[in-house]
Design a protein around this ligand. Structure first.
Ligand code: CTP
Length: 436
């Protein structure tokens, strides 16, 4: 029988108040319905390790969609059900969301798969998972609230700082776990267990990636690019010959590594200055990975990964345009020249562009575009052009207001002084009349 321990107090300390009371009520509901409910997986792992994580996955020994519907009704929440997988997401009025799944009982049917034995649905469900550190569960039924369930030694492996698979065929059944193992090892500064390391090396050697759908590999690579330090994970991938097995011609040298490090700093800067931004931070990292590669190779890599068309185009555009754009920025004499070079570019592109130069001066200018120039809005409006200058609306409006905007960006006119902006417009119109 599994070792048990109660971590209700830890749960209370780690979760925001309203999320904690939500969990308690879900546990009461489960108890009343006579169903066992557990929080499982990454959340529990991070709770023990002490890493912030509010992604709650609840597994019930029963019908999760029915259970989620009841919970949604009780809390006046929205529920999205995925009947094919017997899973559901409940979105609560306060914005919290919780995923529900039914403990799955089917097991792998590959040769050498684990034996079918009579065991609790929860245990069978957890047995299918990647690493022991991801197999912890906390029961939330009010009767046993906070009981930690550890069937596979996950707690000890967290204490020993080890990534271990549950069985020898884990990487064969799902080679994307190779990427996950190295991502988790880097994130937590854990080591691979020695047996797990051997299995991983063998799986890489056997080129098992070739048997996986490209989009699943892309999904895991994307998770890597979204880590705090993708560079460290990619170095690990290189160390285990994973990079070269995925991308046969790839260069991963000093230059690429330095670019990754500069990009990491630019991204930190961006998140600090634009905390509400919802841009795709993984894209500039993919751009950085492929920037110096042959265009044909990049095309081939992105097709192999089945990268969605829009993202593929974005990455290819980065590869084509970063260097020419940098050259033009370095030659620019006025701020407004940089503005007009960048105004049609995506923010993802601009982040990689900012990371590219070794010169801090060039980088500053690009970041200034994001922080200041991009949002310059003249105080003079179309209404002013009609009322003060008796102009008829037409293409000239856009022309005048753009010239004014460029003058502000070039710091010829202050952004916050309407009088000075109006006299600038007056001057523009005078010059125009003289030309006619
Ligand atoms: N899982 C697995 N094999 C995979 C992917 C996922 O066994 N190839 C399992 C893992 O046990 C994991 C759970 O599914 O705990 C949820 O996966 P995911 O949300 O990707 O991972 P998290 O553990 O939540 O990791 P992260 O902190 O990166 O979100």
């Amino acid at each position: 029988s599994p070792k048990t321990k109660n971590i209700a107090q830890k749960l209370k300390e780690a979760l925001p108040k309203e999320l904690f009371s939500l969990i308690k009520k879900i546990g009461e509901t489960a108890e009343n319905l006579g169903i066992n409910a557990y929080i499982i997986g990454g959340f529990v792992r991070d709770l023990i390790i002490g890493r912030k994580n509010f992604d709650l996955d609840v597994v019930v020994e029963g019908d999760a969609t029915e259970f989620a519907k009841k919970i949604a009704k009780l809390f006046n929440a929205k529920v999205h059900t995925f009947d094919r997988f017997k899973t559901a997401t409940v979105v609560f009025p306060d914005g919290n969301r919780i995923d529900f799944a039914s403990a799955r009982t089917e097991v792998y049917r590959s040769p050498g798969a684990l034996p079918e034995v009579d065991m609790a649905p929860l245990k069978k469900d957890l047995m299918r998972r990647d690493f022991t550190i991801n197999t912890l569960a906390v029961k939330i039924n009010s009767k046993d609230f906070g009981k930690l369930i550890d069937f596979f030694g996950g707690l000890k492996d967290i204490k020993d700082r080890k990534i271990r698979v549950l069985h020898s065929l884990s990487f064969v059944e799902d080679p994307t776990r190779i990427l996950r193992a190295l991502r988790f090892a880097t994130r937590y500064r854990f080591e691979l267990g020695s047996h797990t390391e051997k299995l991983l090396k063998m799986a890489v050697q056997r080129k098992l990636f070739k048997t996986v759908e490209g989009q699943r590999i892309y999904h895991e690579l994307k998770q890597i690019m979204l880590e705090d330090n993708p560079l460290r994970v990619l170095n690990k991938l290189e160390q285990y010959k994973v990079l070269s097995s995925l991308f046969d011609n790839l260069n991963w040298n000093r230059w690429e590594k330095d670019l990754f490090e500069r990009l990491r700093k630019v991204v930190i800067w961006h998140k600090l200055n634009f905390p509400e931004s919802s841009i795709n931070y993984h894209l500039p990292f993919f751009g950085a990975l492929f920037l110096k590669e042959d265009y044909e190779d990049v095309n081939r890599y992105l097709s192999f990964l089945s990268v969605p068309e829009k993202e593929k185009k974005e990455i290819l555009d980065m590869c084509r345009l970063i260097i020419p754009t940098i050259k033009r920025i370095e030659k620019a004499k006025k701020n407004s020249e940089i503005y007009s070079l960048l105004k049609s570019k995506s923010e993802e592109f601009i982040l990689l562009l900012a990371a590219y130069p070794e010169s801090e001066e060039t980088r500053e200018k690009i970041l200034k575009y994001l922080k200041e120039w991009k949002d310059v809005k003249p105080l003079v409006s179309g209404k002013d052009l009609i009322n003060r200058f008796k102009l008829k609306p037409g293409p000239i409006f856009k022309e005048i207001l753009n010239k004014l905007k460029y003058a502000i960006i070039d710091e010829k006119i202050p952004e916050d002084n309407k009088e000075k902006q109006l006299s600038y417009v007056e001057k523009l119109l005078d010059e125009n009349r003289k030309m006619d």
